[in-house]
Design a protein around this ligand. Structure first.
Ligand SMILES: Nc1ncnc2c1ncn2[C@@H]1O[C@H](COP(=O)(O)OP(=O)(O)O)[C@@H](O)[C@H]1O
Ligand SMILES: Cc1ncc(C[n+]2csc(CCOP(=O)(O)OP(=O)(O)O)c2C)c(N)n1
Ligand SMILES: [Mg+2]
Length: 320
């Protein structure tokens, strides 16, 4: 069976003669050359009921998250969010639902000064919300998956694993009380301050991605595109404290942080000569940054746990 990324590569990745397309399929955003205006970064993502969220999800969160998952891709390129379109597929036009959805979506749009410029509305057999988001980045400031260098430090913002814990509880694999479920549920909504952080980060960082499919899966994209491997020190992983409070085994927390996904944190690599700039930026924006490893020569991701080494390539979220 064809995997998600093989499918995209085989059927939907084509060369183009269009000189304005500076970056096409394969990164968080496409980059369109807009001359002195810089690059227009364009991205699209969808939330489908039963796949990306549980049936009965509160519509305010759904609206907010539909935009947030796209903004996260703009942030990972260093682009400042500007415009978006909204494509709705709905089983029914329930007004209470639509009002709360729009409220959530525009709360984030207003916070980031983004403008809704169009979209599409259709009836369908299952609810689905697609957004396409756009923003500009200066040509020498775009952060690409392909730009990691041997010896770069690997860094991640915020904490990892809480959204995956929420998914585990939704499938009945772990019991959370109401307040724990709320914290896990809302974790991925803390992202907006990553945008301003990322725009400034691009002064000295050339390589970034956002974590949607899980740290290991998304780090593998950086490795593949940059023709490098990575070594991660598992003791330095910012496992969300909520996981530590509900589950006593260290392995459980590490698994969610490494492979869980849905974090929408930034993963980036940086030359160690910028370590002080990074510290200052992290303090300025109040964004936690953890140094979790190093880019190295090779092909696989190595997980270092004390004196033990494990192969970390492999498991990540894929749709097919
Ligand atoms: N059906 C498709 N046709 C063309 N390009 C696609 C398609 N699906 C995904 N892509 C591209 O493949 C790359 C990987 O997709 P994805 O994993 O969804 O990226 P992201 O995690 O940044 O949303 C991206 O560059 C995306 O634009
Ligand atoms: C009901 C439910 N099941 C599972 C998950 C976990 N999950 C679904 S999609 C996904 C990965 C991200 O989705 P994708 O469509 O691949 O986003 P992209 O990488 O394109 O940004 C994860 C971790 C969830 N959030 N909700
Ligand atoms: Mg996507």
């Amino acid at each position: 069976m064809l995997g998600e990324f093989d499918l995209i590569h085989r059927y939907f990745t084509k060369e183009t003669d269009n000189k304005s397309v500076s970056l096409s399929v394969g990164d968080d955003c496409a980059l369109i050359d807009c001359n002195e205006r810089g690059y227009l970064a364009i991205t699209t993502d969808t939330l489908n009921e039963g796949i990306h969220y549980f049936k009965g999800e509160d519509p305010y969160t759904l609206g907010y998250k539909s935009l947030l998952v796209n903004v996260s891709d703009l942030a990972s390129m260093g682009a400042k969010p500007e415009y978006f379109t909204l494509s709705l597929t709905l089983k029914e036009a329930a007004e209470d639902f639509l009002k709360a959805f729009a409220d959530g979506m525009f709360t984030l749009a207003d916070e980031l000064d983004m403008t809704l410029i169009g979209g599409n509305t259709s009836k369908g057999s299952a609810d689905s919300f697609s957004i396409e988001a756009m923003g500009y980045v200066a040509k020498d400031r775009a952060m690409l998956r392909a730009n990691a260098r041997d010896g770069d430090l690997i860094c991640v913002t915020g904490t990892l694993g809480a959204p995956a814990l929420f998914v585990e509880s939704g499938y009945g694999k772990i019991a959370l009380n109401d307040s724990q479920r709320l914290i896990a549920h809302n974790k991925a909504m803390l992202m907006p301050n990553r945008c301003a952080f990322a725009c400034e980060l691009s002064e000295f960082v050339r390589c970034a991605i956002d974590i949607s499919d899980g740290l290991m899966g998304d780090l593998k994209h950086i490795c593949d595109r940059s023709n490098l491997a990575a070594c991660i020190d598992v003791d330095t992983l910012p496992v969300d404290p909520l996981i530590k409070s509900v589950e006593k085994t260290r392995e459980y927390g590490l698994n969610l942080a490494l492979f869980g996904g849905g974090d929408y944190e930034l993963l980036f690599t940086v030359d160690k000569k910028y370590a002080d700039d990074l510290k200052a930026l992290s303090a300025k924006h109040n964004v936690q940054v953890s140094i979790i490893g190093k880019m190295i020569k090779g092909t696989d991701i190595v997980l270092k746990d004390g004196e033990s080494m494990f192969n970390g390539s492999g498991r990540a979220f894929e749709h097919f």
